[in-house]
Design a protein around this ligand. Sequence first.
Ligand code: FES
Length: 111
Amino acid sequence: MTSEAFVPVGPVAEIVPGSSKTVVVEGREIAVFNVGGTFYAIENYCPHQGASLAEGWLDGTTITCPWHAWCFNLTDGTMTLGAFARVDPYDVRVEEGQVSVSSRPRRPEVT
Ligand code: FES
């Protein structure tokens, strides 16, 4: 069992559907996305050359890096084109109109 804190990062109204916001949680830059009312969060650092993924192109739950078009699943941080890189996903909670992000990344499930 892990103890995990959620950190408020702003009101729901600040991140309208189809948009993103960059936040900092415990020193880590995180990109928060609203996809049709469901919120996702991933580290805001492309593993290729470090672009801000919050500034990428959002298509459903796929974010395309604005620099060289690597694509990541917002649901789990995996790449859509192969398994040679990934970004950390974070859990998101929405309570009483406030978006909160986990202070720790969600680790991949061991299979
Ligand atoms: S920096 Fe993201 S694809 Fe190159």
